[in-house]
Design a binder for this molecule. Structure first.
Ligand SMILES: *Cc1c(COP(=O)(O)O)cnc(C)c1O
Length: 224
């Protein structure tokens, strides 16, 4: 059992190009299995609920890089801003403004990804490519001096059709390239195209992902 997590990590890492970072998505899994993954050299972990993250973090090594990947309620932003390495879920103007406000207060600059909505599912949060283009053009974000926009995050539809998945990942990558060209040409920090989960990360990597977020393939099924 315990060797399994380490084996999974090693297997996935060896299948990924060196240029692609692995976020081990540990949501709903206990601190003990995170320790096992850590023992296999994994340092980046992703969580999607603030309370759960705060509780687990206490008992785990301090050099873990925590990434937040779930929808963030504005009233909880302040709890993660002091330590979070990367927030993948910058999914609205409101949450970006709140991250900036809390980061300024905490005296640090917080890395954030702009979350894109390209999938067909209604429930997924994020900016559509059109909304994001308008938002970026308007330029209010330039006043957010305590956040560093580091790239984009997105999900493909949960479907069998590989062509559709490929089309959606390509759309996300195209937005990333276009934003970099227009607004971040001289900003080396704008470098993350976060896409790909357990069932579709191979396709995501082929479509230009630089960071994959994998839970089930590492830790097994989640019990909600
Ligand atoms: C849960 C989650 C993942 C990991 O999903 P798996 O299918 O378990 O690999 C990746 N990204 C986000 C945003 C998630 O919420």
């Amino acid at each position: 059992m315990s060797q399994q997590t380490a084996d999974n990590i090693i297997k996935i890492r060896s299948a990924l190009p060196d240029s692609v970072k692995l976020v081990a998505v540990s949501k709903f899994h206990p601190a003990e299995v995170i320790k096992e993954a850590y023992g296999a050299g994994q340092k980046i972990f992703g969580e999607s609920r603030v309370q759960e993250l705060l509780a687990k973090k206490e008992s785990l090594p301090s050099d873990i890089e925590w990434h937040f990947i779930g929808h963030l309620q504005t009233n909880k932003v302040k709890n993660i801003v002091p330590f979070i390495t990367l927030i993948h879920s910058g999914d609205s103007e409101r949450v970006l403004a709140e991250i900036n406000r809390c980061a300024e207060k905490a005296g640090r600059k917080v890395n954030v990804l702009l979350q894109l909505h390209v999938a067909q599912e209604e429930t997924k949060t994020g900016f559509t490519p059109d909304e994001l283009a308008l938002y970026m053009e308007r330029g209010d974000w330039r006043a957010f001096t305590s956040i560093a926009i580091s790239g984009v995050m997105g999900m493909a539809s949960f479907v069998e059709d590989e062509l559709q998945i490929r089309r959606e990942f390509t759309a996300i990558r195209n937005v990333f390239d276009e934003l970099r060209r227009r607004y971040f040409q001289d900003d080396g920090n704008f470098s993350v195209c976060s896409m790909g989960m357990s069932h579709d990360y191979r396709i995501a990597v082929e479509c230009g992902s630089t960071m994959v977020r994998i839970g089930t393939t590492i830790f097994g099924e989640r019990e909600y």
